[in-house]
Design a protein around this ligand. Structure first.
Ligand SMILES: Nc1ncnc2c1ncn2[C@@H]1O[C@H](COP(=O)(O)OP(=O)(O)OP(=O)(O)O)[C@@H](O)[C@H]1O
Ligand SMILES: Nc1ccn([C@H]2C[C@H](O)[C@@H](COP(=O)(O)O)O2)c(=O)n1
Ligand SMILES: [Mg+2]
Length: 239
């Protein structure tokens, strides 16, 4: 069952039971790890060492993930890693993956997990922050499994911004940031992909008791009122 994150304290005990941050992980991050990683070229340190406090932020296209992540960063000091932003940045660089990423995004499909996880990993390794907000990831079971295998970590909890389709369409079509996928044809595909590939991931975390469903209708401030207590409980638990 999805938990509804309200002001009620019903969900707090669950968060309080979550494992505490393992300080030794941060230490190992700087000390090397004795097995081969497929991503040695990204720095030679095993991805298994980067796991600290990880929160996944999920929701359909235009549900407000990025908007709420900005508020979480401002209030709780997380490092925000948007998988979509990382892919767009890679696309605009000289990367060998550039045209593949562009075509995949234009079609509203999902980029192969190895590419996306590699970009996330690179950012995690280069950040001093140990609290990561990973936005728009995992988008599929393949994404989820690749992350677990490569990074060797699980999210502490998962936020799901639940928004009606017509509201998501309205927001995306009025976003006006020049994104190649903010048009009605790509949006239709993104919604289909969200339902077919992302909902199973959301169900997976719901069954694990890690999912917090946020009602993503209302103003950004109203929505943040549901988000804030989830992170406050997490901060308390870390103390
Ligand atoms: N609560 C809200 N009410 C109305 N508009 C919103 C709200 N939250 C965000 N928006 C606007 O909707 C658009 C989409 O929001 P945002 O970029 O945060 O969504 P997203 O989930 O990150 O989308 P995507 O998956 O496409 O990256 C933006 O133009 C944003 O300003
Ligand atoms: N895990 C991910 C995240 C994003 N993408 C691609 C496909 C998305 O439609 C596009 C935009 O992402 P957004 O900014 O909406 O989060 O990026 C992907 O393939 N895999
Ligand atoms: Mg976004």
């Amino acid at each position: 069952m999805w938990k509804l994150a309200t002001k009620s304290s019903r969900f707090l005990p669950l968060l309080l039971q979550l494992p505490k941050h393992d300080a030794s992980l941060s230490q190992r991050f700087t000390t090397g790890f004795p097995f081969h990683s497929p991503f040695q070229e990204t720095g030679g340190i095993s991805p298994k060492q980067v796991a600290t406090v990880i929160t996944f932020v999920l929701g359909g296209p235009g549900s407000g993930k990025g908007t709420q992540c900005a508020k979480i960063v401002e209030t709780f000091g997380y490092k925000h890693l948007s998988a979509g932003d990382l892919l767009r940045r890679e696309m605009s660089s000289d990367s060998k993956y550039g045209s593949m990423i562009l075509n995949t995004i234009k079609e509203g499909k999902i980029v192969p997990s190895e590419v996306t996880v590699k970009l996330i990993l690179r950012e995690m390794k280069s950040s001093d922050n140990r609290k990561f907000l990973i936005d728009g990831f995992p988008r599929s079971e393949e994404n989820r499994i690749a992350f677990e295998q490569i990074i060797g970590a699980e999210p502490r909890f998962v936020l799901f911004f639940d928004c009606p389709e017509e509201e998501m369409v309205k927001r995306v079509l009025s976003r006006n940031e020049g994104r190649v996928d903010d048009n009605i044809d790509t949006m239709r595909n993104r919604l289909k992909v969200f339902e077919a590939l992302n909902l199973p991931v959301i169900d997976y975390y719901a069954k694990k008791g890690k999912l917090y469903r946020i009602n993503a209708v209302g103003t950004a401030d109203e929505i943040f009122k549901q988000v804030r207590p989830v992170f406050e409980a997490c901060e308390l638990e870390a103390k």
